[in-house]
Write a protein that binds this ligand. Structure first.
Ligand code: GLY
Ligand code: MN
Ligand code: MN
Length: 254
């Protein structure tokens, strides 16, 4: 059953709001010289304090080369200046999950190359969301209704690796999944996405050779009118918004 009742949607929203507070706290504290587990512990503290019972999945805080490791969960390495840090961390509230990722530069400023790759991932996410049609779009597949294809084509036609090759080969997971009682909830990802569904949109590019992994993961709900509502709208999305939040800018999206 992909349609979420009002009560279910409210629980997912609570888990998401608490997890957004955790993401903001992480962005504001992140500095070179910390350990990945410093960030992980603070994030868990922030969402537990807001009523979550537990993490919705094994938290991922991966710096530098670890940012390119898909299910990294050791979270025990030092964070160096020049690293990007993937933070895929969210809580569970009243049995309902959230699932959010932000990627940030440890030193507070993306390098030109990190910014280039970040902007490609963000562009892919925005292209997939813009292409969404309720009752028609699908999460997987290679045909024109597939949001995965929209994101993949965007990534594969923007930027290059160090060998001049396109970047599609570095998008090594699906675009998203339904979220409910389970973080990866039931529901056929190859079928049309109905009104009332909650799912993630999470493109990523992972280039081990450059120790550079970027994922941006937002969680969205399809309103009764068929509009895509970004439940994570209160978080920074662009590279500049991430940097502004890290600098404590009052204009940063919060
Ligand atoms: N955190 C698990 C996932 O993004 O699917
Ligand atoms: Mn996910
Ligand atoms: Mn995730």
């Amino acid at each position: 059953m992909l349609f979420r009742s009002q009560g279910e949607a409210e629980r997912i929203r609570h888990a998401t709001d608490a997890s957004m507070a955790a993401q903001l706290a992480a962005l504001q504290m992140l500095k070179p010289g910390m350990n990945e587990h410093d960030i992980e512990a603070r994030m868990q503290y922030e969402f537990l304090k807001r009523g979550c019972e537990r993490p919705a999945y094994a938290p991922i805080v991966g710096a530098g080369a670890n940012s390119t490791v898909l299910h990294y969960s050791a979270d025990d390495a030092p964070i160096m200046a020049g690293d990007v840090v993937v933070m895929d961390v969210a809580g569970e509230y009243a049995m309902y999950a959230s699932d959010i990722t932000r990627t940030a530069p440890a030193s507070g400023k993306f390098t030109d190359r990190q910014r280039e790759i970040y902007n490609i991932v963000l562009g892919a996410q925005q292209a997939a969301m813009a292409a969404f049609k309720p009752g028609k779009s699908k999460l997987t597949g290679r045909d024109s209704d597939s949001l995965f294809k929209v994101a993949y084509d965007y990534i594969n036609s923007h930027g290059k690796d160090l060998h001049g090759q396109p970047l599609g080969q570095y998008f090594i997971h699906g675009l998203g999944h339904y979220v409910g009682l389970e973080v990866h909830d039931v529901g056929d990802p190859s079928g049309p996405i109905p009104r009332g569904a909650v799912f993630t949109v999470e493109p990523g590019i992972y280039i081990p050779e450059e120790k550079l992994g970027i994922r941006i993961e937002d969680i969205v709900w399809v309103s009764p009118e068929g509009k895509l509502v970004d439940l994570t709208a209160g978080l920074p999305h662009t590279a500049e918004e991430i940097e502004g939040t890290m600098a404590g800018s009052p204009t940063a999206k919060q």
